[in-house]
Design a binder for this molecule. Structure first.
Ligand code: NAI
Ligand code: COI
Ligand code: MG
Length: 354
């Protein structure tokens, strides 16, 4: 199994190196993996002038899976838009066609008090947000900033084709069949044509999945319902931008965005695996970041791209064990637990794997 490793910027290298320690242990225990490192994001701009260099494109295409940290940071915020680190991230997602972004939000019982919601509202939470990842307003044309009538105007285009909606809807219904047979599709059909089509197509695809319960919800209500009563959901499916926002919101129900992993899959389960958070410039270089989202993303990689369910569970059980043992990075710390650094959390996970 060839894995392309892209640590990226900010906390990216710190958290990816902890996930790599975990994968190295599994490799020593006999799992066949080869790792190749590449540049993506701001570091790539600094070294090559572009956020997704040719050499990384080659590595990514040749690999069976990609493990990614995060990209971006204030250093690159004033660059022309095409050179921004985030364009590199959108570029790799688009080029690999990893349209199905799975973002599970699971509350570990030990973190019930770290959640922003009352324990009785959130205990046992286990939902998954399925976010379409290579369409929508992040990619739609035309886009730009231009002079119109003596002032600057910025514009983007929210666009979805029927085939794009159909394939993500299928992923949602198939996922629901492996869970509790319940999908909530989130849109803004009351004002946006692209999401009117979204609702129509999801409803059509549902005809082939009559054993799954389908509901629709407008995104503003969905944002509210997620913090009012998140356990009413099981599988949520939505577009790129709404999914981006709702998954950050859902992360806090689990205690921290540092707990939320993700898998982004193409039609053949080739995937890109990354935590849901960004490069966290405010804590970068301080050995403070929570590496668990990235470690759990590595587990998702073993499960989805390589069919190594047992190894995935081995990592997930190690994460459960360190939480039960009381290890907490700052973002999930509460009095009475053991506050640790990024590397110490890595040490604890490694010990729990044995
Ligand atoms: N997938 C990616 O590479 C993403 C990149 N970004 C980029 O990251 C940069 C920073 O973006 P922000 O809006 O600040 O979002 P962010 O997710 O990087 O950080 C938001 C807040 O969460 C905290 N946080 C994030 N990850 C954490 C972790 N593992 N452990 C503990 N705390 C953590 C940060 O310290 C910060 O207070 C920007 O340049 C943005 O474009 C943002 C989101 C995703
Ligand atoms: C460049 C952004 C779309 C990254 C992000 O916030 C995400 O994928 O969650
Ligand atoms: Mg995001």
């Amino acid at each position: 199994m060839k894995i392309c490793v892209l640590p990226g910027d900010g906390i990216g290298p710190e958290i990816v190196s902890q996930a790599m320690r975990v994968l190295e242990v599994l490799k020593q225990d006999g799992l066949k993996m080869e790792f190749e490192y590449g540049l993506l994001g701001g570091g790539a701009v600094d070294e090559t002038g572009t956020p997704y260099p040719e050499a990384t494109q080659r590595l990514a295409k040749e690999a069976d899976a990609i493990l990614l940290g995060a990209v971006g940071g204030p250093k690159w915020d004033t660059l022309p838009r095409e050179q921004r680190p985030e364009r590199g991230l959108l570029g790799i997602r688009k080029q690999l066609g990893v349209f199905a972004n799975l973002r599970p939000a699971i509350l570990y019982p030990e973190l019930a008090n770290a959640s922003t919601l009352k324990p009785e509202v959130v205990s046992g939470l286990d939902i998954i947000i399925i976010r379409e990842l290579v369409g929508d307003i992040y990619f739609g044309e035309p886009r730009g900033i231009e002079e119109r009538g003596g002032e600057r105007v910025g514009y983007n285009t929210m666009v979805y084709s029927e085939s794009e909606i159909r394939r993500i809807a299928k992923v949602a219904f198939e996922t629901a069949r492996r869970r509790n047979r319940k999908v909530c599709s989130v849109d803004k059909m009351n004002v946006l044509e692209s999401t009117q089509l979204w609702r129509d197509v999801v409803t059509e695809v549902h005809k082939d999945y009559q054993d799954v319960e389908l509901s629709h919800m407008l995104v503003d209500n969905a944002a509210m319902q997620l913090v009012r009563n998140p356990k009413q959901f099981d599988v949520m499916v939505t577009g790129n931008m709404f999914g981006d926002i709702l998954s950050d919101e859902a992360s806090m129900l689990t205690g921290s965005i540092g707990m939320l992993p993700s898998a982004s899959l193409d039609e053949n389960n080739k995937g890109l695996f990354e935590p849901c958070h960004g490069s966290a410039p405010d804590i970068a270089g301080k050995n403070m970041a929570n590496p668990l989202a990235t470690i759990l993303s590595a587990a998702m990689m073993l499960r989805y791209s390589f069919g190594q369910e047992e190894q995935a569970l081995r990592i997930e059980n190690a994460v459960k064990k360190v939480l039960a043992q009381g290890y907490r990075t700052g973002d999930i710390y509460e009095p009475g637990t053991n506050k640790v650094s990024t590397t110490e959390m890595g040490d604890a996970v490694l010990a729990a794997l044995q």
